[in-house]
Design a protein around this ligand. Structure first.
Ligand code: ATP
Length: 198
């Protein structure tokens, strides 16, 4: 059970193979520009690619693209916002409200204009936006980069709850300590492809 990626090639890269069992957090590190974001985007089927990607044995070819991206959600390092107000982006406003405290965010932030929200707040709100859609797999691109220690620990605690509830996480991170705290497995992206660190 979980995510199985086999022989994925695209944008002149790969083949990449890895697995993310449910309940586990898999870390992905590697030099800037080595293709970590590209791999997450290919798994979410946001960039052209070929190869087998299965969730709990179900091939992504057998579900619609929007349904695949709801189940296997990609959260970029910098998310796009298209409405004026933060709350208008949340598919489930009550579920979003319930996550504000655990993410160290003030209750009033859902009614704030996006333009008044800080970069670190937007980063956590983008994660909340993804979480309220109840994905099975979270593909997170540096979800705590630039956050202070308290906010980083808060995000990690929320992710740990999701892992305990049976979700899987594939997360780009450059922090060794975070890998030790969160990662059940760790891959490094190198010019030769993915290398298992542990
Ligand atoms: N759709 C695309 N088509 C072709 N090349 C792309 C595409 N998207 C990104 N690239 C290129 O692929 C390379 C890898 O980019 P990517 O964003 O995946 O790196 P990264 O490992 O996530 O880097 P960083 O740690 O700096 O975020 C870059 O040189 C980038 O310009």
């Amino acid at each position: 059970m979980g995510l199985q990626v086999s022989g994925v090639v695209g944008v002149g890269r790969g083949p990449f193979s890895l697995s993310v069992p449910r309940g586990q957090c898999v870390l992905l590190s590697g030099p800037s520009g080595s293709g970590k974001s590209l791999l997450l985007r290919m798994i979410a089927d946001l960039d052209p690619n070929e190869g087998d990607v299965l969730l709990d044995g179900l091939s992504r070819q057998d579900v619609s693209a929007p349904e695949w991206r709801r189940r296997v959600v990609y959260v970029p390092a910098e998310s796009g916002w298209w409405e004026d107000e933060v709350g208008a982006h949340m598919a489930d406003i009550e579920a979003a409200r319930a996550l504000l405290g655990p993410m160290c965010l003030p209750p009033a932030i859902l009614s704030s204009p996006v333009s008044r929200v800080s970069t670190g707040e937007k980063q956590r709100l983008a994660l909340i936006r993804a979480l309220v859609r109840k994905p099975d797999m979270l593909l997170l691109d540096e979800p705590t980069s630039g956050l202070d220690q308290a906010s980083t620990r808060a995000v990690e605690a929320v992710l740990r709850q999701r892992l305990e509830a049976g979700a899987g996480v594939l997360m780009v991170s450059h922090h060794e300590e975070q890998a030790a705290r969160m990662g059940n497995a760790h891959y490094r992206m190198s010019p030769h492809g993915l290398e298992a660190v542990r």
